[in-house]
Structures are given as C-alpha cells and as structure tokens.
Design a binder for this molecule. Sequence first.
Ligand code: FES
Length: 146
Amino acid sequence: MDRKEFIKVCSGTCLGLIGISLLNQSCTATHYVQSTVSNNNLSVAKTEFTITKKGQTDFRKYIIVKSETLEFPIVVYRLSANSYQAMLMRCSHQGIELSVNGDILSCSAHGSEFSKQGAVIQGPADQPLKSFSVTEDENNIYIKLS
Ligand code: FES
C-alpha cells in the first residue's frame, strides 16, 4: 500500500466512525419537554415518551421536564406502560444539578450517583432524591409538585 492509498483508506475509516458516532448520539439524545404548572401539577403528554421509526413504536426510558417555575428540571422515567418515577434533578448533597446517564443520575461536583428510583448508589450524598407522585389518565401524566 503506497502513501496515497493509505491516507485514502484512513480518511474513509475516520469519516465512517464519525458518522456512526453522530448517528448513535441522535438515537440516544435526551428529550426535553417544557411544561407549565396548573393546580400544582405539571402535565406531560404520554406521547412525549413515544418514538416512531419506520412504522415501529418504541418508548424513551426517560424524559426531562422543565418549567419556568422550577429551579431544577425533573426527570421522569417510564418504568412500564402505567408506572412512572419523577424526581427533582437536584443533588441531595449540596444542591448541584444532576445529569442523567441512562439509569443513573450523576453529580459532577463530588461524584454522587443515584438510581432511577432516586436511591443513593454512591456518596457523599446520603439522602435519596426528592421524588414526586405521578398520576395519569389516558393521554397525560401529572406530576404533583407537593
Ligand atoms: S453536590 Fe452532588 S455530590 Fe456534592
């Protein structure tokens, strides 16, 4: 293989890897929903969890709900067709906003991690996340804020 051929093969491979990486990121991108508070509830359409690709319906594991009245977003996990877990994305250690990585919520400040049920997996946090009760009807879920 001469130098020109080597560079051509390497460039093609690099472009392919970048393309796969971007495609993978778009499939797992976090879905944000803006909601407003009404009667102390945040309402979210169940369709926010739905992904339709090539006629196939799938569901997002979680969505992140934001509202102008909330200091921190709320992550809502879809545990099953009629079971949801909603938690404030505020670290119980010193109040830093958490990030969601699949089934784990992590804090960049001191490394605490929480499960999708809000339990502490790794400290220094020693308290679970604030969670909210969630009710539903046919089309929506309702996150009760207090
Ligand atoms: S503020 Fe999150 S671990 Fe300290």
